[in-house]
Design a protein around this ligand. Structure first.
Ligand code: CA
Ligand code: CA
Ligand code: CA
Length: 196
């Protein structure tokens, strides 16, 4: 009888311990979900990549006051592309847009090598409506109130995109590390250089 009582007591104790573990694991799951939600909310930046060729929208600055100037000294909005593959990618014939409602802007072909994103390298595209300044100048500007960047291949298939909320002047947003799904703010932007 004593043995039976002791067994029942042990079983009862075991049940209490198990219920504590289950409660703790529920708490951890809730905390994790909250962390993921708050991280997404904090960055207000939605990543929609479905990228097979390894070409990424890697960083952008939608309100440029003094960070990086184009060939003629204008501090315009820019987007950094990153080629994670070991082959150069020519983006001439591809399309860019800042809004899904707008027309697509084709990157014109160039006799120079300026439209080539080097293997494991970077290329800056200017969103400045200054198409007369070269093939890397798109007929759109990025809104600091929130907008997006959409990159399509020559067959008009979306290869990468990002949508973003309100942006601060001279603070860029980029993938960290390069080509990853994680978007962070950069108080020191790294145009045409690694975000890592
Ligand atoms: Ca310009
Ligand atoms: Ca715009
Ligand atoms: Ca960069």
């Amino acid at each position: 009888m004593t043995y039976l009582n002791s067994l029942i007591f042990k079983l009862f104790k075991f049940k209490i311990e198990m219920s504590k573990i289950v409660k703790l694991s529920i708490r951890i799951t809730i905390a994790k979900s909250f962390f993921i939600f708050s991280t997404l909310f904090l960055f207000s930046c939605e990543d929609n990549s479905n990228n097979e060729i390894g070409l990424y929208i890697n960083e952008f600055l939608a309100s440029n006051n003094s960070v990086y100037a184009d060939e003629i000294g204008e501090y315009d909005d820019w987007v950094e592309l990153y080629n994670s593959s070991s082959d150069p990618i020519d983006i001439s014939g591809m399309y860019l847009a800042d809004d899904l409602e707008d027309n697509l802007n084709i990157i014109p072909s160039s006799n120079e090598f300026s439209t080539i994103v080097p293997a494991n390298g970077y290329l800056i595209i200017w969103f400045d409506k200054d198409q007369d300044q070269g093939p890397l100048h798109v007929g759109e500007k990025l809104s600091a109130d929130g907008e997006g960047v959409f990159l399509y291949n020559a067959e008009r298939v979306l290869i990468d995109s990002v949508t973003f909320g309100v942006q601060e002047t001279d603070i860029s947003m980029g993938r960290y590390p390069d080509g990853s799904d994680r978007w962070v703010k950069f108080t020191t932007p790294t145009p045409a250089k690694s975000n890592n």
